[in-house]
Design a protein around this ligand. Structure first.
Ligand SMILES: C[S@@+](CC[C@H](N)C(=O)[O-])C[C@H]1O[C@@H](n2cnc3c(N)ncnc32)[C@H](O)[C@@H]1O
Length: 230
């Protein structure tokens, strides 16, 4: 198994994340409305391919933006996204590891407690004659963890599956109360974003301080991937 959890599934992450970020753009922009660039940078923890990094950068035009992404393949996509855009490029700081303190916006992906989530298709994106499709479901893996099983498919114009990758990710749900304690001040909840899995709402927590605690919680989050390609 590769040390990069996204070594195989990384191909699919960006193409299947655009629709989620169309829904998240407005609530994330609003959550950052009162961000003070003079008080510190915006930190995007687990930036993935940078779709949210760009949203945050545009929401706070003068802020330094630190994007933390441990996966080399996703960091390569993040770098490609940032290098192609003159403005975030001049103030972005891309890192594989987390910096300890900064304003924090967390998108909480359900479930917030270990529970079963039936497999649901969350995106289907036509590219030429093919369609890239992503689905996922979760099952409890212990008292404080779930396993998300993600299925990524490339489907041809006749509906036949040309390629399929199944990847398991062990995730420790970040409970709303934990995020609230971490945010401490000026915290508010906003459920208007649409979840990427089965239409569950995203909870969006905005805290102006205390990101160290939340960052530590998030940093403990582990994931494992055992993908198979056929
Ligand atoms: C579900 S993806 C979300 C990506 C991106 N934020 C988006 O919404 O499109 C979770 C991301 O968190 C990253 N991640 C996992 N463990 C992490 C950790 N301990 N610290 C920082 N990022 C982590 C993964 O590599 C992955 O890019």
């Amino acid at each position: 198994m590769s040390a990069d959890s996204y070594a195989e599934s990384g191909e699919f992450i960006d193409v299947l994340s655009h629709h989620a970020w169309r829904a998240l753009r407005t609530p994330v922009t609003e959550a950052l409305r009162h961000a003070r660039p003079d008080r510190g940078p915006i930190v995007d923890i687990g930036a993935g391919t940078g779709l949210g990094t760009l949203v945050a950068a545009r929401a706070v035009p003068d802020a330094e933006v630190i994007a933390v992404e441990p996966s080399p393949i996703l960091r390569a996509a993040l770098l490609a996204r940032v290098v192609g855009d003159e403005d975030p490029r001049r103030r972005a700081d891309l890192r594989p590891r987390l910096d300890p303190a900064a304003p924090l916006v967390v998108t909480l992906q359900p479930p917030s407690e270990p529970m079963t989530v039936p497999e649901t298709t969350f995106a289907s994106v036509p590219i030429g004659r093919h369609s890239y499709e992503g689905s996922g479901g979760a099952r409890p893996a212990g008292p404080d963890s779930v396993i998300w099983t993600m299925r990524y498919r490339v489907i041809d114009e006749d509906g036949a599956v040309e390629r399929e990758l199944v990847a398991d990710y062990l995730v420790r749900p970040l409970r709303t109360a934990t995020a609230a304690r971490a945010g401490r001040r000026r915290l508010r909840r906003d459920d208007r974003g649409h979840g990427r899995h089965g239409g569950h709402p995203h909870g969006l927590m905005h805290g102006s301080r205390g990101s160290t605690a939340a960052a530590t919680t998030f940093d403990k989050h582990e994931n494992h991937c055992h993908g198979r390609v056929r």
